[in-house]
Design a protein around this ligand. Sequence first.
Ligand SMILES: [Zn+2]
Length: 382
Amino acid sequence: MYIKNRILPVPQEFEYSKGEDVVLGKPGSAFYRLEIGDLPDASSVKGALDLLSDHLTGVLNVNAFDAAGEIPVRIGMGKAPSGMKNSDQGYCLEVSSDGVTLEGYGELGLFYGALTLKQCLVLADNKLALPYMKVTDWPDMKTRGHFMECRYGSNLMTLEDWKHVVDHMAGMKMNQLVVAVYGCWCVQYDGRVSEYLYVPIHKYPKLKTPVVTRYYSPTKSEWVDRECLPPMFEQDFLGELIAYGKTKGVTVFPLFNSYGHNTLIPAQYPEVSAKDENGEPTLTGFCTANPETYEMMFNIYDEIIDRYLIPNGIDSFHVGLDEVWDGIAVNSEDIFRIRSPWCKCEKCRDINRKELFIDHAIKLLNHLKKRGMKNIYMYHDM
Ligand SMILES: [Zn+2]
């Protein structure tokens, strides 16, 4: 049996030993029993047990917790060999005459070990069997993930769709999903500015971004623009997604574009917008000399932190800050006019962009730090 190919990604260490395959069951009969040791109380540990027991139950059609066969399948925590990199995500899985032993070296390690065991457990020749083997595995990189910043497609994704993304990532032993919840781009395919906001901000109800679906109506004999709000916004499920991620070892946290990629906020609340030389709002960027800008940004951050992050024990936040650039097509009313996110009001105009940027970043980061955020991400292409 060449079982190593079933394990994704390829484990760091894998060895076969001599011996007969260990047969854990055949459809309708289980020859194993679960022996679950002292495990930490954590979402990903519960997720690991669910993952394994659901799979075993499904593949043999015998409830895994009722299985009372002779072969022990031990699941517990162990001590990592010294020097193992990212050992809290490491595990060891051994199959021998002694049965199956899975030891996680941390909560995530146990999850990945359970996943590896699940990947190995495939019904073949009408039996569920494993060869004598030893898998020792750990990740080279502490975080492995995706950054989802997409204005088409994800703006129509339901909670089930997002859960599918998490499942897919967890299946590849990835552990980080950053969801951009606010972003803006220039006027694109439907003649409108491409803007999206995936979380409702109750203090600022004007902030919302209907998604336009265009279709041809035979009954009306015309093209119809159907508008609906993004499901994540309308059903307000970011918190649920974060909680779900934790059961799969995937940390989900938000990105909120906080300087560039920002036209919705300044267009709806022009008092915080960057100003041009005449003091007119440019409807992009911020006036960073206006205290109202920070009152608003901190209120927005606070809603996100209080509603989604703190209840789920998340202390990571991405503030964006890339592409604070002058550009055309920022507003659909005048797509050829160059608009600037850099404020030219009396207070801002004499400060160079570097200083404006650094001062803005420090203000935002200080607030997030005060609110308990320990991992703050930002871009740096100024
Ligand atoms: Zn200003």
